[in-house]
Design a protein around this ligand. Sequence first.
Ligand code: URA
Length: 230
Amino acid sequence: MRLDKLLSHAHGLTRSTAQRAIRSGRIQLASEVVRDPARQVDPAEPITFDGKTLFAPSGPRYFMLHKPAGYLSTTEDGGHPLALDLLTPADRYGLHSAGRLDLDTTGLLLLTDDGQWSHRITSPRHHCAKDYRLQLAEPIADEALDQLRQGVLLRGEEQPTRPAEVERLGSAELRLTIFEGRYHQVKRMVAAVGNRVVTLHRERIGPLRLDPTLAPGGYRPLTAEEIAAF
Ligand code: URA
């Protein structure tokens, strides 16, 4: 990656500030002063700015984020702000989300740069449980809850969903636990029983619950125990 790009992406400098700092000899790689903003660098290489180390290789990183509505969990920009933009530039550098949430879905999003770890969470083979809290457009009958528990056929698919756990929280409010992650799965399951999701909030992924101290948009690093739980 170009040195000026790395400084702006990973360290939050604007591109012009990064270029000025490089040209004026304030940036060093190892002990070499580098004056070329286009110099190709390895992002893991430590960089020194006015003698202070900006980035040392630090191994894989893991965060939980309370995703607010209106943010994309993917890394491509589809005209909406990215959930990753809620992290500081240094924190978000190189991260991807372990699983997705729709633009309007809120709640627990796990972010990491460790592809093997996120694969354990998202791979269909691991049947990782996810809890969602749902507000529905219409009151829902007990029979419909039983259908969700047993598995429903989603539109355009041939295999019914795996058995789910369902807890009634109100006449039109549920907690749903699913063990797979098909495209828009919760909304499509609810549509399959003739209702509609109005709000959707992810409370848990496997052993990890959304930290109740995190306000929407807040995030924190995972502890060593939380990382090892997957
Ligand atoms: N299921 C959905 O339909 N949407 C989400 O964001 C997550 C699960």
